[in-house]
Design a binder for this molecule. Sequence first.
Ligand SMILES: *Cc1c(COP(=O)(O)O)cnc(C)c1O
Length: 377
Amino acid sequence: MTTTTGVVTVPFLDLRASTGDLRADLDAAMARVLDRGVYVLGPEVESFEAAWALYTDSRYCVGVGTGLSAIELALRAVGVKPGGEVIVPGNTYIATWLAVTNIGASVVPVEPEPTTYLLDADRVEEMITPRTAAILPVHLYGQAADMAGLSVVARRHGLPVVIDGAQAHGVRWEPWELQPDATAWSFYPSKNLGALGDGGAVTTRSRSVAEHIGLSRNYGSGSKNVHEEIGTNSRLDELQAAILGVKLARLDEWNERRRRIAGRYLEALDPSVVGLPRVPADTTPVWHLFVVRSPHRDRLQQHLADRGVTTLVHYPIPPHRQNAYRATALAEASLPISERLHREILSLPLHPHMRPEEVEAVIDAVNSFAVSDVAGG
Ligand SMILES: *Cc1c(COP(=O)(O)O)cnc(C)c1O
Protein backbone atom coordinates (compact mmCIF):
# COMPACT_ATOMS: atom_id res chain seq x y z
CA MET A 1 0.00 0.00 0.00
CA THR A 2 1.23 3.54 -0.70
CA THR A 3 -0.20 6.58 1.08
CA THR A 4 -0.76 9.95 -0.56
CA THR A 5 2.59 11.11 0.86
CA GLY A 6 4.36 8.26 -0.97
CA VAL A 7 5.24 6.38 2.25
CA VAL A 8 4.86 2.61 1.91
CA THR A 9 2.64 1.17 4.65
CA VAL A 10 2.94 -2.53 5.18
CA PRO A 11 0.01 -4.49 6.62
CA PHE A 12 0.83 -7.67 8.54
CA LEU A 13 -1.31 -9.90 6.37
CA ASP A 14 -3.65 -9.47 3.43
CA LEU A 15 -6.09 -12.38 3.36
CA ARG A 16 -8.21 -10.83 0.62
CA ALA A 17 -5.22 -10.92 -1.73
CA SER A 18 -4.95 -14.68 -1.29
CA THR A 19 -8.47 -15.26 -2.55
CA GLY A 20 -8.40 -12.47 -5.16
CA ASP A 21 -6.67 -14.30 -7.98
CA LEU A 22 -8.61 -17.50 -7.22
CA ARG A 23 -12.02 -15.87 -7.19
CA ALA A 24 -13.42 -17.63 -10.27
CA ASP A 25 -12.23 -21.07 -9.10
CA LEU A 26 -13.57 -20.50 -5.58
CA ASP A 27 -16.94 -19.36 -6.94
CA ALA A 28 -17.14 -22.50 -9.09
CA ALA A 29 -16.23 -24.76 -6.15
CA MET A 30 -18.85 -23.16 -3.91
CA ALA A 31 -21.49 -23.37 -6.64
CA ARG A 32 -20.73 -27.07 -7.07
CA VAL A 33 -21.44 -27.67 -3.37
CA LEU A 34 -24.65 -25.63 -3.45
CA ASP A 35 -25.88 -27.42 -6.56
CA ARG A 36 -25.15 -30.86 -5.13
CA GLY A 37 -26.93 -30.20 -1.83
CA VAL A 38 -24.57 -32.31 0.32
CA TYR A 39 -22.95 -30.22 3.04
CA VAL A 40 -21.28 -32.55 5.56
CA LEU A 41 -19.02 -35.58 4.89
CA GLY A 42 -19.59 -35.87 1.18
CA PRO A 43 -17.50 -36.11 -1.98
CA GLU A 44 -15.67 -32.77 -1.49
CA VAL A 45 -14.30 -33.91 1.87
CA GLU A 46 -13.32 -37.29 0.42
CA SER A 47 -11.57 -35.69 -2.48
CA PHE A 48 -9.70 -33.15 -0.33
CA GLU A 49 -8.70 -35.90 2.13
CA ALA A 50 -7.20 -37.88 -0.75
CA ALA A 51 -5.39 -34.80 -2.07
CA TRP A 52 -4.01 -33.80 1.35
CA ALA A 53 -2.89 -37.38 2.10
CA LEU A 54 -1.03 -37.41 -1.21
CA TYR A 55 0.47 -33.97 -0.71
CA THR A 56 1.74 -34.81 2.79
CA ASP A 57 2.91 -38.27 1.69
CA SER A 58 0.67 -39.90 4.30
CA ARG A 59 -1.47 -42.90 3.53
CA TYR A 60 -4.53 -41.47 5.29
CA CYS A 61 -6.16 -38.13 5.95
CA VAL A 62 -9.26 -37.50 8.06
CA GLY A 63 -10.89 -34.07 7.80
CA VAL A 64 -12.11 -32.61 11.10
CA GLY A 65 -13.68 -29.40 12.38
CA THR A 66 -10.69 -27.43 13.71
CA GLY A 67 -6.98 -27.67 14.32
CA LEU A 68 -7.60 -27.93 18.05
CA SER A 69 -9.83 -30.96 17.69
CA ALA A 70 -7.37 -32.48 15.18
CA ILE A 71 -4.75 -32.49 17.96
CA GLU A 72 -7.21 -33.88 20.53
CA LEU A 73 -8.42 -36.67 18.24
CA ALA A 74 -4.88 -37.56 17.13
CA LEU A 75 -3.66 -37.82 20.73
CA ARG A 76 -6.57 -40.09 21.66
CA ALA A 77 -6.08 -42.20 18.55
CA VAL A 78 -2.43 -42.91 19.39
CA GLY A 79 -3.52 -44.06 22.84
CA VAL A 80 -3.24 -41.06 25.17
CA LYS A 81 -5.65 -41.59 28.07
CA PRO A 82 -6.83 -39.30 30.87
CA GLY A 83 -3.98 -38.93 33.36
CA GLY A 84 -1.29 -39.62 30.76
CA GLU A 85 1.50 -37.09 30.38
CA VAL A 86 2.10 -35.38 27.04
CA ILE A 87 5.35 -33.52 26.40
CA VAL A 88 4.73 -30.17 24.66
CA PRO A 89 6.76 -27.05 23.88
CA GLY A 90 6.70 -24.33 26.55
CA ASN A 91 6.51 -21.76 23.75
CA THR A 92 3.56 -22.44 21.49
CA TYR A 93 0.08 -21.23 20.78
CA ILE A 94 -2.13 -22.21 23.71
CA ALA A 95 -4.15 -24.59 21.48
CA THR A 96 -1.35 -27.17 21.70
CA TRP A 97 -1.70 -27.21 25.48
CA LEU A 98 -5.51 -27.02 25.48
CA ALA A 99 -5.74 -30.15 23.31
CA VAL A 100 -3.85 -32.10 25.99
CA THR A 101 -5.85 -30.61 28.86
CA ASN A 102 -9.18 -31.10 27.07
CA ILE A 103 -8.69 -34.88 26.80
CA GLY A 104 -7.85 -35.12 30.50
CA ALA A 105 -4.13 -35.66 30.01
CA SER A 106 -1.33 -33.66 31.70
CA VAL A 107 0.77 -31.02 29.97
CA VAL A 108 4.53 -31.46 30.50
CA PRO A 109 6.18 -28.34 29.06
CA VAL A 110 9.72 -28.41 27.69
CA GLU A 111 11.94 -25.48 26.73
CA PRO A 112 12.87 -24.72 23.11
CA GLU A 113 16.22 -24.24 21.44
CA PRO A 114 16.33 -20.42 21.50
CA THR A 115 17.40 -19.65 17.89
CA THR A 116 15.09 -22.07 16.05
CA TYR A 117 12.32 -21.71 18.70
CA LEU A 118 11.80 -25.50 18.32
CA LEU A 119 11.39 -28.23 20.93
CA ASP A 120 14.77 -29.43 22.23
CA ALA A 121 15.02 -33.26 21.95
CA ASP A 122 17.58 -33.58 24.79
CA ARG A 123 15.32 -31.70 27.18
CA VAL A 124 12.37 -33.87 26.06
CA GLU A 125 14.21 -37.01 27.11
CA GLU A 126 14.90 -35.56 30.58
CA MET A 127 11.16 -35.09 31.14
CA ILE A 128 10.07 -38.65 30.28
CA THR A 129 8.49 -40.56 33.18
CA PRO A 130 6.60 -43.88 33.43
CA ARG A 131 3.39 -41.88 32.85
CA THR A 132 4.55 -40.25 29.61
CA ALA A 133 2.03 -41.16 26.90
CA ALA A 134 3.13 -39.10 23.87
CA ILE A 135 5.42 -36.38 22.55
CA LEU A 136 3.67 -33.45 20.86
CA PRO A 137 6.17 -31.23 18.99
CA VAL A 138 5.06 -28.18 17.01
CA HIS A 139 6.47 -27.19 13.62
CA LEU A 140 6.42 -23.66 15.06
CA TYR A 141 6.32 -20.66 12.69
CA GLY A 142 6.65 -23.09 9.73
CA GLN A 143 9.99 -24.62 10.70
CA ALA A 144 10.33 -28.41 10.91
CA ALA A 145 10.67 -29.86 14.40
CA ASP A 146 13.83 -31.90 15.00
CA MET A 147 12.41 -35.16 13.65
CA ALA A 148 15.79 -36.94 13.79
CA GLY A 149 16.43 -36.13 17.46
CA LEU A 150 12.83 -36.61 18.56
CA SER A 151 12.44 -39.92 16.70
CA VAL A 152 15.45 -41.37 18.50
CA VAL A 153 14.02 -40.37 21.88
CA ALA A 154 10.53 -41.60 21.00
CA ARG A 155 11.79 -44.96 19.75
CA ARG A 156 14.05 -45.46 22.77
CA HIS A 157 11.08 -45.01 25.09
CA GLY A 158 8.39 -46.59 22.90
CA LEU A 159 6.38 -43.35 22.71
CA PRO A 160 4.11 -42.11 19.91
CA VAL A 161 4.82 -38.72 18.29
CA VAL A 162 1.94 -36.47 17.27
CA ILE A 163 2.92 -33.28 15.45
CA ASP A 164 1.04 -30.01 15.70
CA GLY A 165 1.46 -28.97 12.06
CA ALA A 166 -0.97 -26.04 12.20
CA GLN A 167 1.71 -23.56 11.08
CA ALA A 168 3.59 -25.71 8.62
CA HIS A 169 1.64 -26.84 5.55
CA GLY A 170 4.27 -28.09 3.10
CA VAL A 171 7.25 -28.24 5.48
CA ARG A 172 9.86 -30.92 4.66
CA TRP A 173 12.84 -32.46 6.42
CA GLU A 174 15.49 -35.10 5.86
CA PRO A 175 15.43 -38.00 6.34
CA TRP A 176 11.81 -37.87 5.25
CA GLU A 177 11.23 -41.49 6.36
CA LEU A 178 11.21 -40.17 9.94
CA GLN A 179 7.48 -39.54 10.11
CA PRO A 180 5.37 -39.00 13.22
CA ASP A 181 2.50 -41.33 14.17
CA ALA A 182 0.08 -38.54 13.25
CA THR A 183 0.11 -34.88 12.22
CA ALA A 184 -2.67 -32.47 13.18
CA TRP A 185 -3.43 -29.63 10.75
CA SER A 186 -5.47 -26.47 11.08
CA PHE A 187 -7.03 -24.73 8.10
CA TYR A 188 -7.87 -21.55 9.99
CA PRO A 189 -7.98 -18.74 7.38
CA SER A 190 -4.57 -17.19 8.19
CA LYS A 191 -2.61 -20.48 8.02
CA ASN A 192 -0.42 -21.24 4.98
CA LEU A 193 -3.32 -23.34 3.70
CA GLY A 194 -6.45 -21.68 5.01
CA ALA A 195 -10.18 -22.21 4.50
CA LEU A 196 -12.80 -19.47 4.59
CA GLY A 197 -13.75 -20.52 8.10
CA ASP A 198 -12.63 -23.25 10.50
CA GLY A 199 -11.28 -26.59 9.39
CA GLY A 200 -8.70 -29.20 10.32
CA ALA A 201 -7.35 -32.64 9.48
CA VAL A 202 -5.18 -35.45 10.77
CA THR A 203 -2.77 -37.23 8.45
CA THR A 204 -1.13 -40.54 9.32
CA ARG A 205 0.45 -43.62 7.80
CA SER A 206 -1.41 -45.82 10.30
CA ARG A 207 -4.68 -47.34 9.17
CA SER A 208 -5.84 -47.92 12.76
CA VAL A 209 -5.19 -44.29 13.76
CA ALA A 210 -7.12 -43.08 10.69
CA GLU A 211 -10.00 -45.48 11.33
CA HIS A 212 -10.20 -44.43 14.98
CA ILE A 213 -10.41 -40.74 14.08
CA GLY A 214 -12.85 -41.47 11.25
CA LEU A 215 -15.24 -42.85 13.87
CA SER A 216 -14.60 -40.41 16.70
CA ARG A 217 -15.11 -37.27 14.55
CA ASN A 218 -18.62 -38.48 13.69
CA TYR A 219 -20.30 -39.49 16.98
CA GLY A 220 -18.29 -42.71 17.06
CA SER A 221 -20.20 -43.87 14.02
CA GLY A 222 -18.92 -45.49 10.83
CA SER A 223 -22.31 -46.44 9.43
CA LYS A 224 -25.62 -44.73 10.05
CA ASN A 225 -27.13 -45.26 13.52
CA VAL A 226 -24.36 -47.65 14.60
CA HIS A 227 -22.09 -46.14 17.28
CA GLU A 228 -18.89 -47.98 18.10
CA GLU A 229 -17.55 -45.61 20.72
CA ILE A 230 -18.26 -42.42 22.66
CA GLY A 231 -17.35 -40.01 19.91
CA THR A 232 -17.69 -36.32 19.27
CA ASN A 233 -18.81 -34.11 16.41
CA SER A 234 -15.87 -32.57 14.59
CA ARG A 235 -16.25 -32.73 10.82
CA LEU A 236 -14.71 -30.78 7.99
CA ASP A 237 -17.61 -29.44 5.95
CA GLU A 238 -18.11 -29.73 2.20
CA LEU A 239 -17.84 -26.02 1.48
CA GLN A 240 -14.50 -25.66 3.28
CA ALA A 241 -13.18 -28.86 1.70
CA ALA A 242 -14.05 -27.59 -1.78
CA ILE A 243 -12.32 -24.27 -1.04
CA LEU A 244 -9.24 -26.02 0.35
CA GLY A 245 -9.02 -28.14 -2.79
CA VAL A 246 -8.79 -24.97 -4.89
CA LYS A 247 -6.22 -23.34 -2.63
CA LEU A 248 -4.07 -26.48 -2.31
CA ALA A 249 -3.15 -26.13 -5.97
CA ARG A 250 -1.38 -22.87 -5.07
CA LEU A 251 0.29 -23.95 -1.82
CA ASP A 252 3.72 -24.75 -3.28
CA GLU A 253 3.84 -21.51 -5.22
CA TRP A 254 2.79 -19.50 -2.15
CA ASN A 255 5.32 -21.27 0.09
CA GLU A 256 8.02 -20.59 -2.49
CA ARG A 257 7.12 -16.90 -2.40
CA ARG A 258 7.32 -17.00 1.41
CA ARG A 259 10.79 -18.59 1.17
CA ARG A 260 11.97 -15.89 -1.24
CA ILE A 261 10.83 -13.13 1.13
CA ALA A 262 12.38 -14.90 4.13
CA GLY A 263 15.60 -15.33 2.15
CA ARG A 264 15.68 -11.59 1.47
CA TYR A 265 15.05 -10.85 5.18
CA LEU A 266 17.82 -13.23 6.23
CA GLU A 267 20.35 -11.63 3.88
CA ALA A 268 19.38 -7.98 4.43
CA LEU A 269 18.24 -7.59 8.04
CA ASP A 270 21.08 -6.36 10.25
CA PRO A 271 21.87 -9.10 12.80
CA SER A 272 23.27 -6.48 15.17
CA VAL A 273 19.77 -4.94 15.31
CA VAL A 274 17.61 -8.09 15.61
CA GLY A 275 18.24 -11.76 16.35
CA LEU A 276 17.38 -13.72 13.21
CA PRO A 277 15.73 -17.15 13.15
CA ARG A 278 18.06 -20.05 12.45
CA VAL A 279 16.94 -22.70 9.94
CA PRO A 280 18.00 -26.20 11.06
CA ALA A 281 20.06 -28.23 8.59
CA ASP A 282 18.21 -30.56 6.20
CA THR A 283 14.86 -28.81 6.56
CA THR A 284 12.73 -26.75 4.18
CA PRO A 285 10.70 -24.24 6.18
CA VAL A 286 7.44 -22.70 4.96
CA TRP A 287 7.72 -19.45 6.97
CA HIS A 288 4.23 -19.20 8.38
CA LEU A 289 5.76 -16.40 10.45
CA PHE A 290 9.12 -14.62 10.34
CA VAL A 291 10.03 -14.07 13.97
CA VAL A 292 12.98 -11.94 15.08
CA ARG A 293 14.22 -11.17 18.61
CA SER A 294 15.18 -7.99 20.39
CA PRO A 295 15.67 -7.19 24.07
CA HIS A 296 13.97 -3.89 23.16
CA ARG A 297 11.00 -5.56 21.45
CA ASP A 298 8.32 -3.07 22.44
CA ARG A 299 10.44 -0.10 21.30
CA LEU A 300 11.25 -1.87 18.06
CA GLN A 301 7.57 -2.56 17.47
CA GLN A 302 6.74 1.12 18.05
CA HIS A 303 9.63 2.20 15.79
CA LEU A 304 8.24 -0.01 13.00
CA ALA A 305 4.68 1.20 13.58
CA ASP A 306 5.90 4.81 13.27
CA ARG A 307 7.26 3.84 9.84
CA GLY A 308 4.03 2.21 8.71
CA VAL A 309 5.07 -1.41 9.31
CA THR A 310 2.53 -3.52 11.22
CA THR A 311 3.98 -6.30 13.36
CA LEU A 312 2.48 -8.80 15.80
CA VAL A 313 3.75 -10.90 18.70
CA HIS A 314 3.23 -14.69 18.54
CA TYR A 315 2.67 -14.87 21.45
CA PRO A 316 2.99 -12.19 24.14
CA ILE A 317 1.97 -14.43 27.07
CA PRO A 318 3.25 -18.03 27.33
CA PRO A 319 0.55 -20.63 28.01
CA HIS A 320 1.70 -21.32 31.61
CA ARG A 321 1.23 -17.61 32.42
CA GLN A 322 -2.30 -17.48 31.02
CA ASN A 323 -5.20 -17.23 33.47
CA ALA A 324 -6.51 -20.47 31.94
CA TYR A 325 -3.78 -22.37 33.81
CA ARG A 326 -3.57 -20.17 36.92
CA ALA A 327 -5.23 -22.70 39.20
CA THR A 328 -2.89 -25.51 38.12
CA ALA A 329 0.67 -26.46 39.03
CA LEU A 330 1.68 -25.36 35.51
CA ALA A 331 1.35 -21.73 36.61
CA GLU A 332 4.48 -22.28 38.76
CA ALA A 333 6.48 -23.90 35.94
CA SER A 334 10.02 -22.58 35.53
CA LEU A 335 10.47 -21.91 31.80
CA PRO A 336 13.02 -19.09 31.57
CA ILE A 337 13.84 -19.58 27.87
CA SER A 338 10.18 -19.61 26.86
CA GLU A 339 9.48 -16.56 29.02
CA ARG A 340 12.40 -14.64 27.58
CA LEU A 341 11.29 -15.49 24.03
CA HIS A 342 7.76 -14.33 24.72
CA ARG A 343 9.28 -10.99 25.88
CA GLU A 344 11.69 -10.60 22.94
CA ILE A 345 10.00 -12.01 19.84
CA LEU A 346 8.40 -9.96 17.09
CA SER A 347 6.74 -11.25 13.90
CA LEU A 348 7.50 -9.20 10.79
CA PRO A 349 5.03 -9.05 7.88
CA LEU A 350 5.50 -12.03 5.56
CA HIS A 351 2.83 -13.35 3.23
CA PRO A 352 2.81 -14.58 -0.37
CA HIS A 353 1.24 -11.42 -1.76
CA MET A 354 3.75 -8.93 -0.35
CA ARG A 355 5.24 -6.67 -2.98
CA PRO A 356 9.04 -6.26 -3.21
CA GLU A 357 8.84 -2.60 -2.14
CA GLU A 358 6.94 -3.67 0.97
CA VAL A 359 9.67 -6.18 1.81
CA GLU A 360 12.35 -3.51 1.34
CA ALA A 361 10.34 -1.05 3.46
CA VAL A 362 10.31 -3.59 6.31
CA ILE A 363 14.07 -4.13 5.98
CA ASP A 364 14.82 -0.38 5.96
CA ALA A 365 12.56 0.20 8.94
CA VAL A 366 14.15 -2.59 11.01
CA ASN A 367 17.73 -1.66 10.11
CA SER A 368 17.12 1.99 11.04
CA PHE A 369 16.30 0.96 14.62
CA ALA A 370 19.25 2.15 16.67
CA VAL A 371 20.08 1.76 20.32
CA SER A 372 19.75 5.57 20.49
CA ASP A 373 16.00 5.03 19.94
CA VAL A 374 16.07 2.96 23.09
CA ALA A 375 18.20 5.33 25.13
CA GLY A 376 15.91 8.17 23.99
CA GLY A 377 13.49 7.38 26.85
C1 LIG B 1 -3.79 -22.24 14.72
C2 LIG B 1 -3.10 -23.19 15.63
C3 LIG B 1 -3.78 -24.23 16.28
C4 LIG B 1 -5.28 -24.34 16.34
O1 LIG B 1 -5.95 -24.39 15.15
P1 LIG B 1 -7.51 -24.03 15.09
O2 LIG B 1 -7.90 -24.47 13.73
O3 LIG B 1 -7.63 -22.55 15.29
O4 LIG B 1 -8.21 -24.78 16.16
C5 LIG B 1 -3.06 -25.15 17.00
N1 LIG B 1 -1.73 -25.04 17.12
C6 LIG B 1 -1.03 -24.04 16.54
C7 LIG B 1 0.45 -24.00 16.71
C8 LIG B 1 -1.69 -23.07 15.79
O5 LIG B 1 -0.99 -22.07 15.23
